[in-house]
Write a protein that binds this ligand. Structure first.
Ligand code: HEC
Length: 295
């Protein structure tokens, strides 16, 4: 995905999220997002937030499409613009028991429902004593989405995050910024450190995939020939991370990677943010250019 973005220098931008966005809603989805205020904000909750936004947590078709928990539950909330053929009817709905996602669970009925806002009380009890949330999330991952069995540390982190999701006062939407991706990269790094501490190899790999996915999201926003160098650097950073995930001393290597990223590429990206497609005016213009391609 990063590779595609890096080679198509002057092609109209292609946003992964457009694949599951109702026609005409790309600008709304890509320029704004619901805000979330976490009840608890510690390393475990931040790790859960990283995994929640990582497509490879889900298996099969969902992961291939780049879909994560956060695609439907943006910042743990809803997504009124979500629309995927065969999964949604009206925008904002999804059928998570659809065989599109998993042959095992597909119930052969098309019954999409509104994507719930996880900041609000719902069907699944959040109280740890009820022991309902972890099994629910496990079933979602393994049976609904055909993902690999999550490790106990992964499940604990995701559940801790879901429990912490809350609305802000006042409840509002906020602009999407490069800082969203930087924060998510911090989350993914925190998750990797936590998983290294648990000697959870699958957790380390998933955390690294979380960071790499965020690098790909940045790359989409730095479109055009002028940013070819930044895209190449993002791709190189992503490849370097992939190699780190396989190494014994991943913790030390990851710290070195992060220091290098923060001190170099991240600064350049921040300096150029206003010229990138994080700038809502440029985003609107770019989407107008790419609109005919979606027909
Ligand atoms: C394709 C969109 C989609 C994806 C991806 C998705 N969800 Fe959901 N989620 C839904 C829908 C729709 C429901 C409501 C299901 C129902 O009511 O039967 C739901 C329900 C839930 C609930 C229960 C809310 C309640 O009522 O208490 C939780 C918790 C949840 N999702 C967490 C997750 C997690 C964690 C992931 C990733 C492993 C995830 N979701 C991925 C669409 C999605």
């Amino acid at each position: 995905m990063l590779a595609t973005a890096a080679t198509r220098a002057d092609a109209p931008p292609a946003f992964e999220q457009s694949r599951w966005t109702a026609p005409g809603s790309d600008y709304a989805l890509l320029s704004a997002q619901p805000a979330t205020c976490l009840a608890i904000d510690d390393a475990r909750v931040r790790s859960g937030r990283a995994l929640f936004a990582t497509p490879t947590l889900l298996g099969g078709q969902a992961a291939k499409a780049g879909l994560s928990c956060a695609s439907c539950h943006i910042n743990g909330r809803g997504n009124p613009h979500f629309q995927l053929a065969g999964v949604s009817d009206a925008p904002g709905t999804a059928d998570v028991t659809n065989s599109f996602f998993s042959a095992a669970r597909g119930n052969a009925r098309f019954d999409p429902v509104a994507i719930p806002d996880l900041a609000m009380p719902g069907k699944v009890a959040r109280d740890p004593a009820a022991r309902a949330l972890e099994p629910f999330i496990r079933t979602l991952i393994v049976e609904e989405f055909g993902g690999e069995e999550p490790t106990p540390a992964m499940l604990a982190a995701i559940a801790a995050y879901v429990r912490a999701i809350g609305p802000c006062q006042p409840d509002r939407s906020q602009a999407r910024r490069l800082d969203d991706q930087f924060r998510a990269i911090d989350d993914g790094t925190a998750a990797a450190v936590l998983m290294i501490g648990r000697e959870d190899r699958a957790g380390v790999r998933l955390s690294i995939a979380a960071v790499r996915h965020q690098l790909a999201l940045i790359s989409e926003r730095y479109a055009g020939t002028g940013f070819a160098g930044d895209r190449a650097a993002l791709l190189a950073a992503s490849r370097e991370l992939q190699a780190i995930g396989e190494r014994e001393n991943a913790g030390a290597l990851l710290r070195r990677w992060k220091t290098g990223f923060d001190g170099g590429l991240a600064k350049r990206l921040r300096r150029d943010e206003d010229h990138s497609l994080y700038n809502p005016n440029r985003l609107a213009r770019a989407l107008r250019r790419s609109a005919p391609r979606r027909q």
